[in-house]
Ligand binder design. Structure first.
Ligand code: NDP
Ligand SMILES: O=C(O)C1=N[C@H](C(=O)O)C[C@H](O)C1
Length: 249
């Protein structure tokens, strides 16, 4: 039995993760953290890390960018292998948490997207970028998402940039807001609309042809299999810091 602590337990993802854990035989939720403490569940939800009086094998965080790093600094120093789904952290945050994990003999896994369609989309986009360096990313999310662009879009842009073997031929970065945010020399466009959950399209252009790779999460259930996989395997990862789900697939 693997015990799990859910940070952001009262949020949209946190509640879904709790239900998934309660329905999974080898996983058990033993505590949660959110902005407001609660005893409405059959496990305690604490309102502050200072109040936490339970421990668990794995800490899972779905909160907000400004809270996720602080929460993980606590969890890694208090014996929890830690999985972060929260988006919006910087590469400096990733490196700092990797060091804290290593110093404490723990593992930290930071996963921009737990959905298999999104993981495959990023892999396919990296493969295409080798041959088609000109690409733009368009992501659409629900209207209460606070960070933009999404963590998935950032990771996609970074993967495209890393895989390129030639420079893009399209015009370079300009200050025109309509051209999006350039991440590692890849323009990224973020839309926020009611009715959507999460989706992304990567559009490649080359002389006389184009390629489009897209994925859609219609429901947050799309993330649960990836989260289960991460919880079951985080302790056995070879490195203190792992980014993405790819190494577990
Ligand atoms: N990697 C992936 O596959 C996925 C990642 N995400 C990411 O997960 C994160 C959460 O998304 P979502 O559930 O939709 O967001 P929600 O706003 O629904 O949930 C976030 C929860 O965190 C709580 N919270 C805020 N500050 C703290 C804190 N300091 N400590 C503990 N809890 C806190 C919020 O409380 P309050 O409401 O009171 O502020 C809220 O209950 C986002 O960054 C999102 O991008 C989402 C889906 C998939
Ligand atoms: O906020 C969300 O909902 C999501 N956030 C993640 C991101 O920023 O990429 C993952 C997924 O897109 C859902």
């Amino acid at each position: 039995m693997t015990t799990v602590f859910v940070s952001g337990a009262s949020g949209k993802m946190g509640r879904k993760v709790v239900h998934m854990l309660q329905a999974t035989d080898d996983l058990r939720v033993v505590g949660g953290l959110d902005r407001a403490a609660s005893d409405a569940e059959d496990f305690p939800i604490f309102g502050d890390t200072a109040d936490i009086n339970v421990t668990a094998d794995v800490w899972v965080d779905f909160t907000i960018p400004t809270a996720a790093r602080k929460n993980a600094e606590y969890s890694l120093a208090h014996g929890f292998d830690t999985i972060i789904g929260t988006s919006g952290m910087s590469n400096d945050d990733f490196a700092a948490l990797g060091k804290i994990a290593a110093d404490n003999g723990r593992k930290v896994m930071i996963v921009p997207n737990f959905g298999i369609s999104a993981v495959l989309m990023m892999q396919f986009a990296a493969k295409a970028a080798k041959y088609m360096p000109d690409a733009e990313v368009v992501e659409i999310h629900h209207s209460d998402k606070i960070d933009a662009p999404s963590g998935t879009a950032r990771a996609t842009a970074q993967a495209i940039s890393k895989a390129r073997q030639a420079k893009p031929v399209a015009p370079k970065q300009t200050d025109a807001p309509a051209r999006g945010e350039w991440i590692d020399d890849v323009p990224v466009h973020a839309l926020r609309l009611p009715g959507y959950v999460a989706q992304e399209e990567v559009i490649f252009g080359a002389e006389g042809e184009s390629l489009s790779i897209s994925q859609i999460s219609y429901d947050r259930s799309s993330f649960m299999a990836g989260i289960r996989l991460a919880i079951r395997n985080v302790a056995d990862l070879p490195d203190a810091l792992t980014v993405g789900l790819d190494s577990l697939l």
